[in-house]
Design a protein around this ligand. Structure first.
Ligand SMILES: Nc1ncnc2c1ncn2[C@@H]1O[C@H](COP(=O)(O)OP(=O)(O)OP(=O)(O)O)[C@@H](O)[C@H]1O
Ligand SMILES: [Mg+2]
Length: 1005
């Protein structure tokens, strides 16, 4: 028996070689029995041992397949995903889903023996998985005859939709090759083709398994629609939904297939077939294609580049790094620079790193070479070879030492590299040397500009080349320009010939120039202008995308040449293009930092250290380190001195995106906790935080607090005469109340909130709206037999009759209210009703009766009650006094007018409620007019009209205008009077104040 290792001739039957100790037995592949080496058949089962041993292919279990997926995942990605595991769970994400199925799978399987079928499918899976991973997607599921892959989840990716289509194209290409190969072996097999469907939409990420499989909690239509697209696709094609199409338009050629009925959807969906990649590869290319917004600002930066160019022309090589966040205009500046030097005799070569090219060695370098040798996308290998040889000749570069490397880089078959036997390191050195030589030789012919874009996506080998070339340029006519985002840190140290240009955000003025250009007009509503400025904060890319999405969503409209918001901004969502850019950055943060950012986003655009500390469970040192990561990555900046620091989101949109990525449930918890933390932190000054509490408790659905704080915030805001805002708070309080158990107290609160809302609506002249509330309140008050509240309702209803000019009816209902108030012993309601009744009598010219009632107010309302509203929009003790003065004046009873007027002004000016001030000034003004004190009257009337203009008191505007105009008329200034009165009788103003157009001698109903 010969030993297989040392060839020693052993005795028969030994188990180990007697010379070298090697094993002399083997195992039967069929039955597992131990058999001596060299046997031809197994002594146990008779298996022919001379046949090549072949493991029977077996069907992989699901877990085994997933394990396989794992093994193929790009290096580092697994760790990255798993490290964020708990954080990702429950996040809302925008994701691109790709379904990929083999067409005619069953038919194929029928043609093959099972083993063959499995091995074909295994190979197919391998192709699919590889091609998905090449573009940083993950395979989420293996279906019977294909896969479901995700791009942008679990980790957000910039350009996810674009990557998915590139991956789909790579799959089709690779499958065609594979199919050809199989066909060579077995002709009867039909061609293997995949159907691919893609859709982009929101999902809520659920748990994440060890195998990186993402469960979805809420998928809505997203996954479904992707699968439907796949179902529609013809074999060998990729169909994408409208969403995906919009996000990748320009990067690919598409065929619009029109609308197609999709199972499970009412409306048909638009479908597009992705045909081929276009020559445009970056977002900037697409913008340029669409038509660039005229260039604004950046004069100094452009000047610096031009200056550098001048120096490099004279043989003093220069390098510049243009650095900024995404979308600030690096590529644009480069483009403008290129334009500026077009007239010059210069070679301008550009290379780009792409978001999915980090794994592709020498990507930007190859770009530059292609540009240098003028190689086009469709050039065949032979043409490329020719062009390179010709190019090298012109440059005077030796062909033998460089050509194989160049052809290898340019993926030309038979580059000749196989015949050169050198180590990979040496090969790399030769490549670097070759590139450098080409650059330097080229610059001897004419000045050379080498621009490398987006180094933050650069592969390692290109970085080495760049560094190497950079070292050699100081004495050459070479200008190197790099662009990158701040996360890239270059490794070439400081060099005297290298400078950095940091792009800042555009100023408001510059942004406005862009905005007006994009909208095609300078006539833009100030609200809209402010909204765009606020959301986009001087980032040109955001400005363009934001306006585009406003347009697409029909949120703005241009009527009569003026652009304004057509819908409420509630319907506004962040364009996915912007969202992807931001989310990719947020996802690249380490664990805890991301959590801090998300929690902070729930608080507000800015949050204090004190609050975040209490909200998060981190120890101080850890929290500080997370915060400093967030600062370093320029997502937050810090104000104030620790520990009083406040952290501010550098960009409003970052906050929104981080906030939106949180699941509702998680957000709610944080909102709820914020209120409790702040209550606890500042127990002495809760009043300062009412608005903050109101918002967070409502979002946190802490209904008790939400009711309380929204009501408080409403009252606080009302006292500042901000009527619209106050109304919103009251409405929110009502919403909170509706989520609490319905008891008698509850109903009382609901009625009272109705009164609050009325008070806020009244000055805005929104009478129809508040009267509806009163009718509801009437029913509720009757339901619980609450006379006091019912009397209030009557009081308000009487007021409505009066507004409509039904004074007699108003008096009747008012009287009813007064009786009820007296019976219920409700003081405030009596005050309010008496006050109103007085008004009605004044209106119909029954001045004695009015005076009697308003004098009663003056008598019974004393002490603190003088300064209270008693459920009304104005303070009755002040307004009643001014009205009293006017009633007296009407009767020619001038004795007390000045004293009473003085009292009225003092009260009103102390309370500082706009509605009260306007009323007091205007009635007194009119009284002084009657007195003949026109100058004094004019002062008061001016004040009332001004206050009216400056605050939201629309219901008194016509009256103040009429009164002021009248005063100017008496002063013999008719033209001035006319301007004011004309404004007062403008239709919308009259509408708001119809009740003042009355005369005591009218025919009253
Ligand atoms: N100064 C400017 N004036 C007018 N438009 C500008 C200006 N700067 C940038 N833009 C426009 O804003 C968009 C984004 O700019 P650009 O692509 O140059 O940003 P970037 O900094 O290169 O972003 P990224 O980091 O994503 O590559 C482009 O459409 C560009 O034309
Ligand atoms: Mg760019």
């Amino acid at each position: 028996m010969k030993c297989p290792k040392c060839q020693f001739e052993n005795r028969e039957g030994v188990r180990f070689c007697e010379q070298c100790g090697a094993k002399m037995e083997s195992e039967c592949p069929n039955c597992g029995a131990t058999i001596p080496l060299g046997s031809k058949f197994c002594g146990e089962c008779g298996h022919n041992l001379t046949l090549p041993s072949e493991q029977p292919p077996k069907d992989l279990s699901f877990d085994e397949k997933l394990d396989k997926i794992q093994r193929y995942l790009p290096k580092g990605l697994t760790e990255k995903i798993l490290s964020q595991r708990n954080k990702i769970e429950g996040e809302r994400k925008q994701v691109t889903v790709m379904f990929c199925d083999m067409a005619g799978f069953t038919a194929l399987v029928e043609k093959l023996v099972p083993e063959e079928g499995y091995s074909v499918m295994d190979k197919v899976y391998e192709i699919l998985i590889h091609k998905v991973h090449d573009y940083e997607g993950t395979v989420n599921e293996m279906t019977g005859d294909g896969i479901m892959a995700l791009f942008g989840a679990p980790i957000a990716l910039e350009d996810a939709p674009q990557r998915s289509i590139r991956s789909a194209m790579a799959i089709h290409r690779e499958m065609a090759r594979f199919s050809d190969r199989i066909k060579e072996e077995r002709e009867s097999i039909p061609p293997l083709k995949m159907r691919i469907g893609i859709h982009t939409g929101p999902v809520v990420v659920g748990t994440l398994g060890n195998d990186l499989r993402v469960e979805f909690k809420a998928v809505g239509d997203t996954v479904n629609l992707a699968s439907r697209m796949e179902g529609l696709a013809d074999p060998g094609t990729t169909y994408v939904s409208e969403n995906t199409f919009r996000l990748t338009e320009g990067f690919f050629l598409f065929e619009a297939l029109g609308e197609k009925q999709v199972k499970g959807k009412k409306k048909p969906a638009s479908v597009y077939r992705a045909i081929a990649t276009s020559t445009r590869r970056t977002r900037f290319d697409i913008s340029a294609e669409r038509g660039l917004t005229p260039f604004v600002g950046r004069e100094r930066e452009l000047e610096l580049l031009l200056d550098g160019f001048e120096r490099s022309k004279s043989g003093r090589g220069q390098a510049f790094s243009i650095v900024s966040e995404a979308g600030l205009g690096k590529s644009r500046l480069l483009y403008e620079f290129r334009k500026a030097v077009t007239g010059e005799d210069v070679m301008f070569l550009e290379g780009r790193c792409l978001s999915y090219s980090r794994g592709i060695a020498y990507h930007p370098v190859i770009d530059i070479l292609k540009a240098n040798f003028d190689i086009g996308e469709t050039d065949r290998d032979s043409e490329i070879r020719e062009k390179v040889i010709r190019g090298l000749k012109i440059l005077g570069v030796d062909e033998t030492t460089t050509l194989p490397y160049l052809l290898e880089l340019l993926s030309v078959k038979e580059s000749g590299i196989d015949t050169i036997h050198i180590s990979p390191e040496a090969k790399k050195d030769r490549i670097m040397e070759t590139v450098k030589r080409i650059a330097l030789k080229g610059s001897e012919i004419r000045p050379l500009i080498l621009a490398y874009e987006d180094l933050h996506w650069m592969d390692k080998s290109s970085e080495d080349v760049l560094k190497y070339v950079l070292e050699s340029i100081p004495g050459a006519s070479v200008l190197m320009i790099f662009t990158y985002r701040p996360e890239f840190v270059h490794t070439w140290g400081s060099k005297s010939f290298h400078s950095q240009i940091t792009l800042n955000r555009l100023s408001n003025r510059e942004s406005l120039i862009m905005i007006s250009h994009l909208l095609g007009t300078e006539n833009i509503d100030s609200d809209l202008e402010e909204l765009i400025l606020e959301k986009t904060e001087g980032v040109p890319f955001f400005i363009e995308e934001f306006i585009r999405s406003l347009n697409d969503m029909k949120i703005i409209e241009g009527e009569g040449g003026k652009y304004s918001l057509a819908k409420g901004i509630e319907s506004l969502t962040i364009p996915s293009t912007i969202q992807d850019v931001i989310m990719a950055k947020v996802d690249s943060l380490p664990d805890g930092a991301k959590e801090v950012l998300q929690t902070g986003s729930v608080i507000e655009r800015e949050f204090s250290y004190e609050i975040i500390k209490r909200l998060m469970a981190f120890p101080e040192q850890e929290l500080l380190s997370h915060l400093s990561i967030l600062k370093d990555s320029e997502l937050l900046y810090e104000r104030g001195i620790f520990p009083q620091s406040v952290y501010v989101f550098k960009h409003a949109l970052t906050r929104e995106v981080a906030y939106n990525s949180l699941l509702l449930k998680a957000r709610k918890k944080i909102h709820e906790k914020i209120v409790i933390v702040v209550e606890d932190l500042y127990p002495e000054s809760l009043g300062e935080y009412y608005e903050l509490f109101a918002y967070h408790s409502l979002q946190g659905e802490d209904w008790q607090r939400a009711y309380r704080y929204n009501r408080e915030a409403g009252l606080k805001t009302f006292s500042l005469s901000a009527y619209e805002e106050a109304q919103k708070y009251f409405e929110a309080a009502l919403e909170a109340l509706h989520n609490l158990p319905r008891t008698r107290k509850w109903i009382e609160k609901e009625i009272d909130l109705g009164f609050n809302i009325r008070a806020a609506l009244f000055p805005q002249a929104r009478h129809e709206e508040w009267v509806k509330r009163m009718r509801d309140a009437e029913l509720l008050a009757k339901q619980i037999d609450d006379d006091a509240r019912l009397s209030n309702v009557f009081n308000y209803l009487s007021n409505f009759h009066w507004i409509r000019g039904e004074c007699l009816k108003a008096i009747e209902v008012g009287q009813k209210g007064l009786d009820l108030a007296r019976r219920a012993g409700d003081f405030s309601c009596q005050v309010a009703t008496i006050f109103h009744l007085g008004f009605y009598f004044h209106t119909i010219g029954d001045f004695p009766k009015q005076i009697e009632l308003h004098q009663e107010i003056r008598k019974i309302v004393t002490g603190e009650a003088v300064f209270q509203r008693h459920g009304m929009a104005s303070v009755p003790s002040a307004t009643a006094r001014s009205c009293l003065a006017l009633g007296m004046a009407e009767l020619g009873d001038f004795k007390l007018i000045e004293r009473i007027g003085q009292e009225a002004v003092e009260i009103a000016e102390q309370v500082r409620n706009a509605f009260t001030l306007v009323g007091v000034y205007v009635f007194l003004g009119m009284a002084y007019l009657r007195l003949g004190k026109v100058k004094l009257a004019l002062q008061l009337l001016e004040k009332s009209h001004q206050t009216c203009l400056n605050s939201g008191v629309r219901s008194l505007f016509s009256y103040t205008a009429g009164s002021l105009g009248y005063a100017y008329l008496l002063l013999n200034e008719p033209s001035r009077a006319l301007i004011i009165v004309e404004e007062g009788v403008r239709e919308e103003n009259l509408e708001a104040a119809a009740f003042w157009i009355s005369h005591p001698l009218s025919d009253w109903k």
